[in-house]
Design a protein around this ligand. Structure first.
Ligand SMILES: Nc1ncnc2c1ncn2[C@@H]1O[C@H](COP(=O)(O)OP(=O)(O)OP(=O)(O)O)[C@@H](O)[C@H]1O
Ligand SMILES: [Mg+2]
Length: 245
């Protein structure tokens, strides 16, 4: 098992943002995380990447207890992520931003600046940003910034990639393309992907092997994609009414 969460709970004051979540992700597995606004998706990602430490429970990555490990130590172990709101170094170029990923990922300490830039170039080509390589990241469109995020995360050569709404704001056709692309890369590089899927029905069906649905911080469903989408509780959470009506 690549990632194991055991009864992870994260509170903000009286609010239980993540409520006793237990889950497992296998190496190379493609998992969708869904749930309405405020259901705890980003907070769960933040616990896995180390932005927050949970008050309860345990997180094990690659047989290492990372529950209270700082984020900068998790990245070299192979945990990469994209952010819901991209935050590139705006005045640095796309190439430099992506190279930073290479330097602080699983190859941190083993890769020279030149090698990082070379890897950045390959990754930039992979996501199709080569035209924008030498532009300041701050000058990109929102979609290009998202792609830069994806490239930066891939350049870390992660074992696990957490994607927080990497496709929000994209055209449906672009989403399909992006989904196909990510799936291909993940297979090729044996990266497990946990992707937040906001356009639930569309992207999930194409993408995930299994889907985990959160509701008010707790895990509601954890099942193969088709099964999860047909689950009456999921339909109720999304549509706000009992499934039989
Ligand atoms: N830093 C924080 N301080 C206080 N409350 C927070 C904090 N971060 C998140 N919350 C609260 O925790 C709950 C879960 O929020 P979270 O952002 O994880 O949900 P989400 O599923 O990512 O939502 P969205 O789909 O809107 O991105 C919400 O009630 C939110 O208001
Ligand atoms: Mg969120």
């Amino acid at each position: 098992m690549l990632l194991k969460l055991d009864n992870v709970t994260k509170r903000f004051g009286g609010l239980v943002a993540v409520d006793h979540v237990t889950l497992e992700i296998e190496p190379g597995q493609f998992v969708g995380i869904a749930g309405p606004n405020g259901s705890g998706k980003t907070t769960l990602f933040n616990c896995i990447s180390g932005v927050y430490f949970p008050e309860e429970g345990q997180i094990v990555f690659d047989d290492i207890d990372i529950t209270r490990m700082p984020p900068y130590r998790r990245a070299p172990l192979g945990i990469g992520r994209t952010f819901q709101i991209p935050r590139p170094f705006s005045s640095a170029t796309v190439r430099e931003n992506v190279a930073v990923g290479a330097m602080f990922g699983t190859m941190s300490g083993q890769i020279s600046v030149d090698e990082s830039l070379k890897l950045a170039d390959q990754t930039i080509e992979l996501v199709g940003l080569q035209e924008h390589r030498d532009k300041a990241a701050g000058s990109l469109t929102p979609v290009e910034k998202k792609l830069t995020e994806v490239a930066r995360a891939l350049a870390m050569k992660p074992k696990l990639l957490l994607m927080d709404e990497a496709m929000a704001g994209m055209h449906p056709n672009d989403i399909d393309e992006m989904v196909a692309f990510i799936k291909r890369i993940a297979k090729q590089e044996k990266i497990a992907i946990v992707a937040m899927v906001e356009h639930i029905m569309r992207a999930l069906v194409n993408m995930a092997e299994k889907v985990i649905v959160l509701h008010q911080g707790a895990k509601l469903v954890d099942a193969p994609t088709q099964e999860a989408l047909a689950d009456p509780r999921v339909i109720e959470v999304y549509l706000g009414r009992p499934a039989e009506t």
